[in-house]
Design a protein around this ligand. Structure first.
Ligand SMILES: [Zn+2]
Length: 292
């Protein structure tokens, strides 16, 4: 059997399948994890809000020689490893590769994005990117952080890794040319944007905007949903169900708007509420809200 090589370089970005209703913690028999294929090479997983109020999203991108997983969830024990192993095993049936690798990377180092790493410690052909600034820089080969974007090749599918500090110092934004998606972590998502370091955050938004000038961007996908379907209203911190969530994907235009707002409020620490996001500006504001 010869391995079927996927051409990830032409006719991109593809149209992704967004016809999914995310489980929101309110169903009585909701599974612990929901899997949705954006296409046959790209998966979004959601960890049930019933297992942790962060209800994070995890992304799995498959290339010809290896897969990239962005984040590992909010708890150590949810069924992530078996789900990811299943997706990869299915894919390898039609694209056999005995040395196929998995890289476990992170949008940033916070515990609700890294807790599941432990499940992958003994997985063959697997690298776990250390979730700290030195680890991220070293693994991806950053030499001029944060004013730099580097490439990470999954075998014909070359993902860009953009330095993204502001929410957290080791944060990154991933761009996938196959789908045109920017994976924005907790830097941009429909929810409470905690920004302890606003100058770094604005610089990150500007870095992403400059990057977007050169490539087609279809959607922004972040790691949580906290906004409700009512503009300006969020589901309270700690909620184990989110009936009526805002849509998860955001559009490129929302990033430009977010940048304008961030610049406008940069000198005003506090909570700034907009229709699609709520910005917590300043370390004391963030720490106070999160009880740290
Ligand atoms: Zn988070």
């Amino acid at each position: 059997m010869t391995s079927k090589i996927v051409d990830f370089s032409s006719d991109t970005p593809i149209d992704v399948d967004l016809s999914v209703e995310w489980m929101d913690g309110s169903g009585p028999s909701e599974p612990l994890v929901q899997v949705h294929a954006l296409d046959e090479h790209t998966y979004v997983l959601r960890q049930s809000l019933k297992t942790h109020y962060e209800g994070p999203f995890i992304f799995l991108l498959l290339g010809n020689t290896g897969a990239l997983m962005i984040d590992s969830g909010a708890t150590e024990t949810w069924p992530l490893r078996e789900t990811v192993d299943g997706i990869i095993a299915d894919w390898l049936v039609t694209h056999p590769n005995p040395t196929y690798s998995l890289t476990v990377a992170h949008s940033h180092s916070h515990g609700d994005h890294t807790a599941g790493d432990v499940q992958f410690a003994d997985r063959p052909n697997t690298s776990i990117v250390p979730a700290n600034l030195e680890g991220v820089q070293g693994f991806f080969g950053f030499t001029n952080w944060p004013n730099e974007t580097v490439n990470f090749d999954l075998g014909g599918r070359v993902v860009s890794v953009i330095a993204g500090p502001g929410h957290e110092e080791a944060a990154t934004v991933f761009y996938d040319p196959w789908t045109g998606i920017l994976f924005t972590g907790d830097t941009v998502y429909p929810g409470r944007l905690y920004v302890p370091d606003m100058p770094a955050y604005i610089a990150t938004l500007e870095r992403v905007i400059a990057f977007m000038a050169a490539v087609p961007v279809s959607y922004l996908m972040g790691c949580h949903i906290e906004m409700s379907s009512t503009p300006g209203e969020d589901h309270p911190l700690g909620s184990l169900s989110h009936p009526g969530e805002a849509p998860m994907p955001m559009l490129p235009g929302q990033l430009f708007m977010l940048h304008e707002r961030a610049v406008a409020i940069a000198g005003t620490p506090g909570v700034h509420t907009y229709d699609d996001v709520i910005i917590y500006n300043g370390k004391a504001v963030v720490d106070g809200y999160l009880g740290r």
